[in-house]
Design a protein around this ligand. Structure first.
Ligand code: SAH
Length: 664
């Protein structure tokens, strides 16, 4: 399905070279060895993604970048004799075999060792020797080695390995007393008795189990974390000093705090989850203020165009379309059918009533790929009937392949089955049919933003949209955000050169992707980044965050909304710094405090909760690295937050058809 050789080249360029791997030997070798031959059958299409993947026995094949980093750090050169501990899939040994004279590698799991051995044979890597055993004791008969690499983390540098280095030899090994955190340590042997140690930064490896590693039962000593604070004031203290406390959301002073952004062409308001009442309330207060006082006339949200159009007809007092299906009936309904949106929409309708000129009325628009929710629902519906196994996979994909997700097991569950591939054409045809029906219907709508040009554009790209959406993954992310940005541009054009827009979308869409894992590791982009590129300082990117509380979210795609507890923020996150500042809610404008901005630049964890929240695997499923002061122009903080209230049947007004609560 995909051109894997091209993916490999791209991996070498984006994940390695651009991230600072310079050694030509390493780059060439990584460009030669087919990683797809070292992953489990069915996972080939993920072979060049930027992360580890499961290989069985609870072990993983290392992330390509980590393999390259270790080989570069160990200075593996032509002519070298190399020892590796932890052969796993055999991938790293294969890469080294392309550089060194001879590679010895040890694996403790016989089943993994057997598979690795077969791969070496098949691919003709005949300068690799593999044995099963405890690698912490090394391979004394073959010593000394020019380089030793350990692919699993132990509590200390194994002595046996140091002794098997030749003079000038390098040992690279992850060392740490905590479960998922080690420092990558490089030991260079200077003489018979002298060793030099260097710390290369923090890494995350599976445990090294053996005589000079951890015990089989995985005993670990929980040592406490040293907060790396120095140089006078702590970061939370600096945040507390710079924070501008926020008044009650209902207080007019709340909106006024955002006057500093009022002269921008586009103000983008984020959210750290799709189900937090405070984020909606705060954005509504800012939106009302910008519309009322500063002439903004576009509210563009992360929702389907056709559904938002029905709401727009209501707020701009345009005639309702007879027979249209009520908007926002599909998962995740709570995102738009909730009490906060109902109140805002009613406010917009009231505001517009007093404005006689139609083009000065504020409109409500959807930015997402045309009818994306409808298409996803149609895909699932079709697969449920034809191939329930494929439907399960599709659900996983829609729920899991978010840009911040890095849990390898979700790939495992989402392996492409033959059935899944078989359904592709039929599913795409279904989506196309749906699109045509929707567009015919929209064509009857007199107001006509969906002019001929926009229709043609949609139809031309539809097949590509649906194919990528069907398969999910990184590509669909870029396509979707590019589409959202183009729709926003189109709206600004349609409403004239003076028009100004407010955007509501998740932090992952509006925070500049170049300064998060998305851009730094995976070449993903988003609306925030595209707005900065197009509008420069005329765009304001405002992120939102919270420490703990409750959130409305589902466990799986299509599942029921649940009110879930949000775990207190991770101790290494920006959220924890804000929490430790000790102020219940505030606006942080890092542009106003250069010293603070500089100290916040270094990437840390940040939490992303979407329509799915999985607290059980929170660190893997919901945290990614980011450099917050570059990602956002400002950050709005609510220490404790509560779940949104979805609209229930009690919101139906007697005698009024249920066309969304505000359909009167
Ligand atoms: N280099 C591998 C990474 C595998 S992960 C790759 O590219 O795929 C680390 C591996 O170390 C696991 O397979 C684990 O089983 C193995 N391991 C852990 N402790 C070990 C030990 N003491 N001796 C040998 N192998 C060990």
């Amino acid at each position: 399905m995909r051109d894997l050789a091209r993916s490999r080249e791209r991996m070498v360029d984006v994940q390695l070279a651009r991230r600072g791997i310079h050694d030509r030997h390493v780059l060439n070798a990584m460009g030669r060895v087919p990683r797809e031959a070292f992953v489990e059958p069915g996972l080939e299409e993920f072979a060049y993604e930027d992360g580890p993947l499961p290989i069985g026995e609870d072990q993983t094949i290392s992330q390509p970048y980590v393999v390259a980093l270790m080989i570069e750090a160990a200075e593996v050169k032509p002519g070298d004799r190399v020892l590796e501990i932890g052969a796993g899939s055999g991938y790293a040994a294969a890469v080294m075999s392309q550089i060194a004279e001879r590679v010895h590698t040890i694996e403790r799991h016989p089943s993994l060792a057997e598979k690795a051995r077969q791969r070496f044979g098949r691919l003709g890597y005949d300068n690799v020797e593999l044995r099963v055993g405890d690698g912490t004791l090394g391979w004394p008969e073959a010593a000394p080695f020019d380089a030793i690499l350990v692919a699993a983390g132990g509590p200390k540098v194994p002595d046996a390995l140091k002794r098997q280095l030749c003079i000038g030899g390098r040992l690279v090994v992850p060392v740490g007393t905590e479960e998922r955190q080690q420092s990558l340590v490089k030991v260079t042997r200077r003489s018979e008795t002298e060793f030099e140690e260097e710390d290369l930064g923090s890494v995350m490896f599976v445990p090294l189990i053996g005589e000079q590693g951890w015990a089989e039962d995985g005993r670990r000593s929980a040592t406490s974390h040293l907060p790396g604070q120095s140089r006078g004031r702590s970061l939370p203290e600096m945040i507390a000093a710079a924070a501008e406390p926020l008044p009650d959301i209902g207080d007019p002073a709340f909106g006024q705090l955002f006057d500093r952004f009022a002269d921008r062409r586009v103000v983008l308001l984020g959210e750290a989850s799709h189900g937090t009442a405070e984020f909606y309330q705060a954005r509504a207060a800012i939106t009302r203020h910008l519309i009322e006082r500063h002439g903004f006339t576009i509210l563009a949200v992360e929702a389907d165009w056709p559904d938002a159009a029905a709401v727009d007809r209501y707020v701009r007092h345009r005639p309702n379309q007879a027979g249209g299906e009520p908007p926002f009936q599909r998962f995740p309904t709570w995102m738009w059918r909730n009490t906060e949106i109902a109140a805002l929409v009613d406010w917009m309708r009231g505001h517009n009533e007093g404005i006689p000129e139609p083009d000065r009325r504020a409109g409500f628009y959807g930015l997402d790929i045309y009818n994306m929710g409808g298409s996803i629902a149609a895909v699932l519906d079709y697969l449920d009937r034809i191939d329930p196994e494929a439907a399960k996979i599709a659900r996983e994909r829609y729920g899991c392949l978010t840009p911040w997700q890095k849990e390898p097991s979700t790939y495992g569950r989402a392996v492409l089955s033959a059935g899944y591939r078989k359904c592709e054409q039929a599913v795409i045809e279904q989506c196309q049919e749906l699109l045509h029906r929707r567009l015919d219907y929209a064509g009857q709508d007199g107001e006509g933003f969906l002019d001929a040009a926009q229709n043609a554009r949609l139809i031309a790209s539809a097949e590509r949209y649906y194919r990528i959406m069907y398969y999910g993954g990184a590509e669909s992310w870029n396509l979707r955000d590019t589409h959202m940005f183009e729709t926003l541009e189109h709206l600004l054009e349609a409403r004239g050169p003076q028009s100004k827009a407010i955007v509501w979308a998740h932090n992952s869409h509006i925070g500049d992707a170049r300064y998060t894992d998305m851009g730094m590791m995976r070449d993903e982009l988003n609306i925030g980044q595209l707005c900065r590129k197009r509008f420069g300082d005329d765009a304001a990117l405002i992120g939102f965050g919270t420490h703990t509380g409750t959130v409305a979210a589902a466990t799986d795609w299509g599942g029921d909304m649940e009110v879930k507890r949000v775990r207190p923020s991770h101790r290494d996150s920006y959220e924890r710094l804000c929490h430790d500042a000790g102020i219940a809610r505030f606006l942080l404008d890092p542009g106003r405090d250069e010293a603070l901005r500089r100290r916040l630049l270094e990437p840390r964890l940040e939490r992303f909760i979407g329509v799915i929240y999985r607290p059980e695997t929170e660190l893997m499923s919901h945290y990614a690295d980011a450099s917050l002061p570059q990602q956002f122009d400002a950050y709005v903080w609510f220490d404790e937050t509560t779940a949104l209230t979805p609209l229930g049947p009690e919101h139906h007004r007697p005698g009024v058809p249920d066309t969304y609560p505000f359909g009167v």
